[in-house]
Write a protein that binds this ligand. Sequence first.
Ligand SMILES: NC(=O)c1ccc[n+]([C@@H]2O[C@H](COP(=O)([O-])OP(=O)(O)OC[C@H]3O[C@@H](n4cnc5c(N)ncnc54)[C@H](O)[C@@H]3O)[C@@H](O)[C@H]2O)c1
Length: 99
Amino acid sequence: MRVLITGGAGFIGSNAARRFRELGHDVVLFDNLSRPAARYNLRWLQSLHPQVRFVQGDVRNEDDLSIIGQEPFDAILHLAAQVAAGSASRSASRATSEA
Ligand SMILES: NC(=O)c1ccc[n+]([C@@H]2O[C@H](COP(=O)([O-])OP(=O)(O)OC[C@H]3O[C@@H](n4cnc5c(N)ncnc54)[C@H](O)[C@@H]3O)[C@@H](O)[C@H]2O)c1
C-alpha cells in the first residue's frame, strides 16, 4: 500500500509512518515543518527508514499540494494541523483582521 501522511513529521504522523514502514508499506510525508519538533521527528524517522520520502509543503497552498496531487495513494492520513489552541486562535484573529 502507498500511504500519504500530511503532518507526517508530527508526533502521530512520524510514529504512524514508522509503523507503516515496519509493515512494508510505502510512505510519503507532507509537512511544512512549522512545529519546532518536526525537524527532529523527521531526522529520527529517516535514520530508521531512509526510504521514507519527504515533501515540504503547506496544505493551505495549492502549488505545494500539486507536487503530490498527481501521485496515486491507497490511503491518506490527514494530520497536518495546528494543535495548540492558543496559536490556532491567534491565527484565526489575524486572518479575521486581515479580511
Ligand atoms: N497527539 C495527541 O494526543 C492527539 C490527540 C487527539 C487528536 N490529535 C490530533 O491529531 C493531529 C496530529 O497531532 P500531533 O500530536 O501529531 O501534532 P503535531 O503538532 O506533532 O503534528 C502536526 C504536524 O503538522 C504540521 N503542520 C501544521 N500545519 C501544517 C500545514 N498547514 N501544512 C502542512 N503541515 C502542517 C506540523 O509541522 C507538524 O509536524 C492534530 O490534528 C491533533 O489535534 C492529537
